[in-house]
Design a protein around this ligand. Structure first.
Ligand code: PLP
Length: 401
């Protein structure tokens, strides 16, 4: 019998060898190991709502099961859901999308993956404002492209059209926008968003607008979508959305992309040969989420705002931490450079490890998102946990190196 190949000998393809395991997952795993030993870890690392999926959505899934809606669906998703997604954007943002402009995917993540691999060829450049969500550059690498990061720290994490204009080269094929942003919570104001897309399109660059946190903006801001841009501009824009955060449905794996027919058609081709369709039952649940009562979204948003407001005030009262006001998503991204200095720590990763060890707090180093000197704190957790975390952080911040 042939001997099993050792792990080291496995000839992984280069495009995969170049990819890295998600660093946000690494923190969660370290926290999990600690928790398994009986320690109470405060988890501020999670990128998912702590709320249960609303009851009426779960009921729709139970109904789908009872009706044996358990077979393959079209690769692009069921017709009613594609139509509902197009209608949602058209009604809220004045676009004129048809169901053919929509693909339903296994989470926003699969939409992003399909979008990038259908467009990017070896040697193509992709502009990614930094800090960024960790998956963007990894998928660009997988596609053989090159990520070029646009640092926004100099401008309080606000991207401008000028920054984009200066970074575009003849090789630039795609610009990725993510507003509200993971990890900073920053929202690009609508006028600036339009100027940015105008600039990109004028230079022949496509735009991927990741709107997974679209509904999570705090007053006076209101949800904005690239769907509200003029039609001519949208010929180069792909919108990615997700049910994960808006309806607390991370495990159901339903997202979507809406954009130019040709781009969507190619994405459907990729999907049809990889995962086929997203789960039939989850699609029925997503249809109910989008077309049923929306009160749960309002309730969750109100609670996130309460937590954000608490956290901002409490963090800014701690020595060595400065936290700007994020307009959306459920993260704060404080500047911890002074705290690092005071504790003799050189990198945000060292701080992340120290906080887990000394305070049993799991959060994510800014370096993971391309911004050293910061950490990401998720407030998709109860106010009780946040209050206790602040008490522990306070002790940590007051201790000397
Ligand atoms: N985009 C951003 C910025 C995210 O933070 C996430 C999830 O964390 C996603 C997309 C993908 O979410 P999902 O695949 O659950 O829809």
């Amino acid at each position: 019998m042939e001997r099993m190949q050792s792990d080291r000998d496995f000839p992984a393809a280069e495009r995969v060898r170049l990819m890295q395991v998600s660093s946000t997952m690494a923190v969660l795993q370290a926290a999990e190991r600690l928790r398994a030993t009986g320690v109470r870890v405060l988890d501020l690392g999670a990128g998912e709502p702590d709320f249960p999926t609303p009851e009426h959505i779960k009921e729709a899934a139970r109904r789908a099961l009872a009706e044996n809606f358990t077979r393959y669906t079209p690769a692009a998703g069921i017709a009613e859901l594609r139509a509902a997604i197009a209608r949602f954007l058209n009604e809220h943002f004045g676009s004129t999308y048809a169901p053919e402009h929509v693909i339903v995917t296994a989470g926003g993540k699969q939409a992003i993956f399909n979008a990038i691999v259908t467009l990017i060829e070896p040697g193509d450049e992709v502009l990614i404002p930094a800090p960024y969500w960790v998956t963007f550059p990894q998928v660009v690498t997988f596609a053989g492209g090159r990520s070029r990061f646009l640092p926004t720290e100099v401008n309080e994490f606000r991207l401008t059209a000028e920054m984009v204009g200066e970074a575009v080269t003849p090789r630039t094929k795609l610009l990725i926008l993510n507003s509200p942003c993971n990890p900073t919570g920053r929202v690009i104001p609508p006028e600036e968003f339009r100027r940015i897309v105008e600039m990109a399109v004028a230079r022949g660059v496509y735009v991927l607008s990741d709107e997974c946190y679209r509904e999570f903006v705090y007053p006076p801001h209101i949800p904005f979508s690239a769907a509200s841009l003029p039609e001519a501009m949208r010929e180069r824009v792909l919108i990615v959305g997700s049910f994960s955060k808006t309806y607390a449905m991370t495990g159901w794996r339903i997202g979507y992309a809406v954009g130019p027919h040709a781009w969507i058609r190619e994405m459907i081709k990729v999907q049809s040969h990889s995962t086929s369709n997203p789960t039939s039952i989850a699609q029925k649940a997503a249809l109910e989420a989008l077309t049923g009562p929306q009160e749960s979204v309002v309730t969750m948003l109100r609670e996130y705002q309460r937590r954000r407001d608490f956290l901002l005030e409490a963090l800014n009262a701690l020595p060595g931490i400065r936290c700007a006001v994020p307009e959306g998503a459920f993260y704060v991204f404080p500047d911890v450079r002074e705290m690092m200095r005071a504790r003799g720590l050189r990198t945000s990763e060292e701080l992340e490890a120290r906080l887990l060890e000394e305070c049993q707090i799991a959060l994510t180093a800014g370096a993971a998102f391309g911004a050293e000197g910061y950490v990401r704190i998720s407030y998709a957790t109860s106010l009780d946990v946040l209050q206790e975390a602040i008490a522990r952080l306070d002790r940590f911040a007051r201790a000397r190196a």
